[in-house]
Design a protein around this ligand. Structure first.
Ligand code: KIV
Ligand code: ZN
Length: 524
């Protein structure tokens, strides 16, 4: 049996649509915000990964969100581009405007349906909510044939009312019906029961795609999603690395690999190019400065590491003894050792293309190549991860007002640490020397001397880009000013230089944020 869908045509009954909400539900969680360039890069990577729908943002939420959804709609080819809207007229029209340039577009409109949310949050009666469902879906349908409707807090909604809402949404023209477990409360059997009930009771349910959107507050998001698929759901909403509100959403990579690995019990398929999973995960970590935990399924550093002697022995004899999927099938390989100090500019340019930096101009390429040679001189081997770190550091920041130039640090157990720093600020190179409680403290004080500001340091963290003592350090610095939070990253084989770069990056981000709301509020 097939379903006819306005964006996908005839859909095979075992095909599961992957709806990625990394750029909407994922991006709205603390610390995961992305700027326009970062969202565009992520969207291009998601298209390459083979997701069917990209939920690109919540256009009414802010001008930045609107701009990002519109830019993604203009430039990203392949997936359906979706914008989220509450049920109000302005919301729906704003989403419609943002996705208008997309070749295939979707408006996703939602309203809460649980007794608690209707009473406390919406202060609306069930009848008013039903009217809003019909009005919002009908309005959305005037702008696109592909309309999704969601029952927020659906898993805590009364059965009869949920069925009435779903029926109203289908009658008004919704082509996808999503029933979220908004608060991550459901068990797998709850999700299976809800979807089976909707399929059995709602007229027209057989003509639409049912969708699951599960949060991970009890660690059950992926289990609930798999249960929903077994109960007839054919769209799953998920995020890379499972990022999202609070404990996050169901992780795309885990759902996809569960379907692929357990085909014996789960005879469903997706359009995901699984070999691209790891690089998409790493791109998200780089862009947001949050690494996944080492034991994270599929994409964690230890996901395919075998520590115990017994396991290592087994894997050497036959990997299948302890590996249920191959590392290569999700993009892990030993071939990320790429280049050294003798590699030329042409090879470097090819490597950048392979790593997804298609649009780099000549000047940016020259800057990146200079940094690469510098790293290659100091490091024995240069990995893909090193190149991504240095390119993100140098190339993606062409418009920054403040640029790192040089740093000299005196540190150790005898003298008080002292940092002499040069920064280029609005095209002028300035230098300052400061002392501090440690080399990082001295460096940050020198930055404050060169560029006075009130922002408070909220987080400082150091990780290694690759293995070994010559690995580049990747530093994250979080600054806060007037409730606005920004994260900056820097990478270098010298941890203090990486720290200075990260601080400068955060400062530049803060300047952009300030300029958007109150120009000139951050003093130099
Ligand atoms: O969790 C939720 O209910 C949502 C909806 C907007 C789909 O994110
Ligand atoms: Zn959600």
């Amino acid at each position: 049996m097939t379903i006819q869908h306005p964006s996908f045509g005839a859909i095979d009954e075992n095909r599961v649509i992957i709806f990625d909400t990394t750029l909407r539900d994922g991006e709205q969680s603390p610390g995961f915000s992305m700027n326009l360039a970062e969202k565009l890069r992520m969207a291009a990577a998601l298209a390459e990964l083979g997701v069917d729908v990209i939920e690109a943002g919540f256009p009414i939420a802010s001008p930045g969100d609107f701009e990002a959804v519109q830019a993604i709609s203009q430039s990203v080819q392949g997936p359906v581009i979706c914008g989220l809207a509450r049920s109000g007229r302005e919301d729906v029209l704003r989403a419609a405007e943002a996705v208008r340039p997309a070749a295939r577009k979707r408006i996703h409109t939602f309203i809460s349906t649980s007794p608690l949310h209707m009473r406390v949050k919406l202060r609306m009666t069930p009848e008013q909510v039903l009217e809003a469902v019909t009005a919002s879906v009908s309005l959305a349908r005037q702008h696109t044939d592909d309309v999704e409707w969601s029952a927020e807090d659906g898993s805590r909604t009364e059965d009869d009312f949920l069925c009435r809402c779903v029926e109203a949404a289908i009658k008004a023209g919704a082509t996808t019906i999503n029933i979220p477990d908004t608060v991550g409360y459901a068990l797998p059997e709850d999700m299976a029961r809800i979807f089976a009930m909707v399929r059995a009771r709602v007229p027209g349910a057989e003509r639409v795609i049912l969708s699951a959107h599960n949060h991970n507050d009890l660690g059950l998001a992926v289990a609930n999603t798999v249960a929903a698929i077994r109960a007839g759901v054919r769209q799953v909403e998920c995020t890379i690395n499972g990022i999202g509100e609070r404990a996050g959403n169901a992780a795309l990579e885990e759902i996809v690999m569960a379907l692929r690995t357990r085909r014996d019990a789960l005879p469903y398929h997706t359009g995901i190019v699984t070999q691209n999973i790891l690089k998409t995960s790493k791109l998200l970590s780089t862009v947001t400065s949050f690494d996944v935990q080492p034991n994270k399924a599929i994409v964690g550093r230890n996901a395919f590491a075998h520590e115990s002697g017994i396991h290592q022995d087994g894997v050497l004899k036959d990997a299948a003894t302890y590996e249920i999927m191959t590392p290569e099938s999700v993009g892990w390989s030993n071939s990320s050792l790429v280049m050294g100090k003798h590699s030329g500019r042409a090879a470097f340019r090819d490597k950048l293309k392979a790593l997804g930096y298609g649009e780099i101009g000549e000047n940016q390429l020259n800057d990146a190549f200079r940094r690469f040679k510098d790293v290659a001189d100091r490091k024995k081997v240069v990995y893909d991860e090193d190149i991504v770190a240095l390119v993100d550091d140098e190339v993606m920041r062409g418009n920054d007002r403040i640029r790192f130039v040089s740093l000299e640090v005196l540190a150790g157990s005898k003298a008080r640490p002292r940092a002499t720093l040069e920064l280029e600020i609005d095209g002028v190179t300035k230098a300052a020397t400061a002392t501090g409680d440690g080399p990082v403290d001295a460096t940050f004080k020198a930055i404050r001397e060169l560029f006075a500001h009130e922002a408070a340091l909220r987080l400082y963290s150091v990780g290694a880009v690759t293995e070994g003592t010559d690995a580049q350090a990747r530093v994250t610095v979080r600054l806060e000013e007037n409730g606005k939070m920004v994260d900056g990253q820097g990478a270098d084989t010298d941890t203090i230089v990486a720290s200075a770069r990260a601080y400068v990056h955060a400062l530049n981000k803060l300047l952009v944020k300030r300029a958007r709301t109150a120009p000139a509020a951050l003093s130099a």
